[in-house]
Design a protein around this ligand. Sequence first.
Ligand code: KIV
Length: 278
Amino acid sequence: MRKSIQKIQNYKKEGKKITVLTAYDYSTAKYIDQAGVDMILVGDSLAQVALGLENTTDVGMEEMLIFTRAVSRGVENALLIADMPFMSFQIDKANTMKNACEFIKAGANAVKLEGSSDFIIENIKHLTSNGIPVVGHLGFTPMTINSLGGHKIQGKDAERTMDILKDALKLQSAGCFAIVLEMVPLQSGQFISQRLRIPTIGIGGGRFCDGQVLVSDDLLGKYDRYKPKFARQYSSLKDIIFNVAKAYCTDVESGVFPNVNESFMLELEEIEKLENYK
Ligand code: KIV
């Protein structure tokens, strides 16, 4: 059974750190889930890491739903969150609600929305008051990369940290059950986390956040177009894939693959019959 929101929120009270990873396909989701991650996010980062696109704004509802369904089939224990893509929660309340419901139908237990403008807060309230669990996302918000002027650290001084805290409190009042804090200084992450009832999930937000999230392709060393400072690479899947594909080509070209054990065999008498056809 998947973890409940109450369980995730209790982790904050108990001082247990919350683990979150992204996933975009069935088998990765399955193994991440079996490893015991608390929440799995079908992030709109799939635009870059799974589809090779430039920005998260390049991905839409249609793609996000396909990946959410695939991941959902692999997840048994973790709470599954789907990222609401650009344009899916910026139109109006009815449209936001319809799109959020599509994600729940696709197997997600909650949705994540970036931002904290009055308009977005109203949309979040509309979702949470109608039974859709929502995770907020503050600090660096990739969808607004153009107005932020690039991958820039947010909350870089006391005043700007206070601004993020005010926004986080608004999201908490709007009914968000957790907030992703992206690219804020460690002390800002700590200051904000200590003042919220709901858990913060940091990504470049320092170790005092209540939990951590990473893009699984960064963790696995599979995506090399951009390497964020905050991502720890635990493996080099890129090299493993490269070396395995190279070994395969060598084996096929030299005739070593497939061997007898990897082939289907005719019965002896059928071989003899074939030989008689010669
Ligand atoms: O899309 C994503 O992967 C995210 C995480 C970076 C939090 O939003």
